[in-house]
Design a protein around this ligand. Structure first.
Ligand code: URA
Length: 434
């Protein structure tokens, strides 16, 4: 069928066949379908939706559009983890070495920061010398020797997604559950893991703030994984405040190291234990959730998790001494407090605004390929439900100059909504779908 007819069929609410979807994605990849036609079809999909069969066909066609990793020669069950993107979400930096120390093989391909959310690769690159751009042989070699590697997905993994994502970004067609599902899951399927733990964020800093839509995304991703012959479990977790206390690349690595050593903020540690226990279960290391959690707690307390991170850093060319001495990470010159204007309880935090403030400092990027500043960012001093006195810090801005900090100060202060009544803190884990 010609692209024109596909657009017409979807525009009128019809169901596209597997062959029609595969033909479209072949045309996207080889350039024979024009951007105008793909954009029109994306808009029709946004309005008309897709059945689960269509979403699965789209995901598989996109996964097939480039290289697919074969991890079958690596030992054990290969378990991947994916977050739909959040502010201060440094979970992968902790979970990947922790799950590996627990006996799961973790061959993880990750992305870079874009918009108000950060990216694991940029965070890792704040470790001096560490390489995330590796060829496949080098990547597999690190996984084999250390049990874990985290590297760049590279241009040849699901190339159709890269083209379609750029078109969606330019045509207001990002917020569609089938399109997001196919985008996320095509890269995960091509990444070759046997099982996947998904962390779908919900709340004002999430990509899909609405709980109903986020739940639908989680359900669809799990179902597509199953239809594609992989195991998947999804968690819905809160992005109504930043995760942990830091936002920004080196700052987040420092907090991840604290958590790997058994400390760290309570919410971050809790999320790591919940997702990590699921990784151990899917990896068939420990079926019982309480025993899996206790196992992970021991690995954090004993230093084995931190030691695994050190080995991963070294194998990827980085300076492993940052784990014992995080002052070796890039540091900004000034740390400027943002004070509460009056007494109150932190009623809500505009999490997305904090992500945008961090991006404005230079910690994130608003277009693919733009450089990021590894040292700058925010340190949050309070959580929803905390009481603050007038003049007490709500956050600190890490910047290179006082003027740079001043430029985002109002935005950071206004992100904290003070109220006279203490609100209930938002629940961290909102649901599990399997
Ligand atoms: N993350 C992705 O990889 N793709 C989307 O469409 C949205 C979030």
């Amino acid at each position: 069928m010609r692209p024109y007819e596909l657009i017409l069929k979807k525009r009128e609410g019809g169901e596209l066949s597997e062959d029609e979807i595969a033909g479209w994605i072949r045309g996207v990849t080889d350039g024979s379908v024009s951007d105008a036609q793909s954009a029109a079809l994306l808009m029709a999909i946004l309005f008309r939706g897709m059945t689960e069969s269509e979403t699965t066909a789209l995901t598989l066609a996109m996964a097939n559009s480039g290289r697919q990793l074969d991890l079958s020669l690596l030992p054990g069950v290969k378990v991947d983890k994916h977050s739909s993107g959040g502010v201060g979400d440094k979970t992968t930096l902790i979970l990947a070495p922790l799950a590996a120390a627990g006996g799961v093989t973790v061959a993880k391909l990750s992305g870079r920061a874009l918009g108000h959310t950060g990216g694991t690769l940029d965070k890792l690159e704040s470790i001096p010398g560490l390489r995330v751009e590796m060829d496949l042989a080098a990547f597999l070699d690190v996984v084999e020797r250390v049990g874990v590697a985290v590297a760049s997905a590279g241009v040849d993994l699901a190339p159709a997604d890269k083209k379609l994502y750029a078109l969606r970004d330019a045509t207001a067609t990002v917020e569609s559950v089938p399109l997001i599902t196919a985008s996320i899951m095509s890269k995960k399927l091509a990444g070759g893991a046997d099982a996947l733990v998904l962390d779908v964020k919900v709340g004002n800093g999430a990509f899909l703030p609405d709980e109903r839509q986020a739940t639908e995304l989680a359900r669809t991703c799990v179902s597509v994984a199953r239809r594609a012959g992989r195991k998947a479990v999804a968690y819905l977790t809160s992005m109504d405040q930043p995760l942990g206390r830091t936002v920004g690349n080196a700052l987040e690595v420092r907090e991840a190291i604290e958590t790997l050593k058994g400390g760290g903020p309570r919410d971050l540690r809790e999320l790591v234990l919940v997702l990590g226990a699921e990784m151990l279960r899917l990896g068939r290391v420990e079926e019982d959730p309480a025993a899996a959690r206790a196992h992970l707690e021991r690995l954090l307390a004993s230093g084995e998790a931190a030691e695994r991170f050190q080995r991963m850093i070294e194998a990827q060319g980085g300076d492993p001494r940052v784990v014992d001495d995080p002052r070796r990470l890039p540091q900004a010159e000034v740390r400027v407090p943002v004070e509460a204007p009056a007494f109150g309880f932190v009623g809500a935090i505009a999490t997305r605004d904090l992500g945008l403030a961090s991006m404005a400092l230079g910690a994130g990027r608003d277009r693919p390929g733009a450089p990021v500043d590894l040292a700058v960012g925010l340190e949050v001093a309070c959580a929803v439900g905390d009481a603050v006195e007038a003049g007490e810090p709500l956050a600190w801005i890490h910047a290179h100059t006082p003027d740079q900090a001043q430029a985002v100060r109002t935005r950071v202060r206004d992100a904290f909504r003070l109220s006279q009544e203490r609100p209930a803190p938002p629940a961290l884990v909102r649901g599990r779908l399997a």
